[in-house]
Ligand binder design. Structure first.
Ligand code: GLU
Length: 304
């Protein structure tokens, strides 16, 4: 399969499109990004990779971090995690609070904000130095030491994080947050404020395409069953209330973030990361979705 020419062709075509959405502005620091950035990296499980555009430029991974925080903690806590978080799509926006009340403080899934806050709480309970250990884990996935928190983005989100604070407080009142609410929020804002490039994200997500194994380390980090569950969750819950649309258009498990990134995988074949900061109304990267739709359509490489 000549991925390189398909990627070049779609990239050149989409690059001509202009003003295809809005950069996230509810976290003021994110609004500073150049809206025309556009990068792609495809990384195959055999190590071959293809990059184009702004693929080496760091951006805020935001909610894509929710997959990495879950994969960090899942092997440590195992299936017990599902007593505190569900595995159903929410059909609601990522920061919605309505469902939480009538479902007694149990978030629908780990990829909406409420679910990721519970994951953050579990990380705080299980780690001595949560922020350091989580960052170390991500650097380990990518085989680097260059990945860091963007403190400006974290501070900006903290300043405007009223809804996340409301979610965390409501869950605390239901007994589903065990640590101090401010500490949970602080961890969560930092995990969302990690900066990565498309190349780094594709490398991190290769874990999920590669059955829980890293190419640079022998011992698997997650079991095959855990990888099955992670990928199922990405497919059903990875794209806010547009997860059905993404499965329909693209047909790959993945996760988006309001920084404009999307990371997706085709099990046993490849991981792919796309970044374009202009978002559609549901909060997903407009060009990112278009790119991936055309990519899986032209190559036939979707799980369906
Ligand atoms: N840090 C963002 C928030 O909590 C994440 C949003 C996203 O990327 O979905 O609002």
């Amino acid at each position: 399969m000549d991925y390189s020419s398909v990627i070049q062709e779609i990239y050149a075509d989409l690059k001509k499109k202009q003003s295809v959405g809005k950069v996230a502005a509810y976290i003021p620091e994110l609004a500073k990004v150049n809206p025309d950035k556009f990068g792609v990296t495809l990384l195959k499980t055999d190590g071959l990779h293809y990059s184009i555009g702004d693929s080496k430029e760091k951006f805020s991974i935001q909610s894509i971090s929710k997959v990495l925080s879950l994969s960090f903690i899942f092997p440590k806590i195992g299936e017990a995690i599902w007593k505190r978080i569900g595995v159903e799509p929410s059909g609601d926006p990522f920061n919605s609070i309505v469902q939480l009340e009538y479902e007694n403080g149990i978030p629908r899934n780990p990829f909406i904000n409420a679910g990721a806050l519970v994951v953050a709480d579990i990380i705080l309970s299980l780690c001595k130095n949560p922020k350091e250990e989580f960052l170390h884990y991500i650097n380990q996935l990518v085989d680097t030491d260059l990945i860091t928190y963007n403190n400006k983005v974290a501070a900006s989100e903290k300043k405007h994080g009223y809804l996340n604070a409301a979610l965390a407080n409501m869950m605390k009142s239901y007994g589903n947050i065990h640590n101090d609410v401010d500490e949970v929020l602080d961890f969560y804002f930092h995990q969302c404020a990690i900066d990565m490039t498309c190349e780094e994200l594709a490398k991190a997500f290769l874990l999920f395409a590669n059955q829980g194994e890293l190419t640079h380390q022998k011992k698997p980090l997650l079991s095959k069953s855990q990888i099955k569950r992670m990928n199922a969750l990405m497919l059903s819950c990875g794209f806010y209330d547009e997860s059905g649309e993404f499965a329909y258009e693209v047909g790959l498990p993945g996760k988006s973030g309001v920084g404009g990134g999307i990371a997706a995988i085709y099990p046993k074949h490849f991981s792919i990361a796309v970044w374009s900061p202009q978002l559609n109304q549901k909060g997903n990267s407009t060009l990112g979705m278009l790119f991936l739709e055309q990519f899986t359509t032209k190559t036939g490489m979707s799980i369906f």
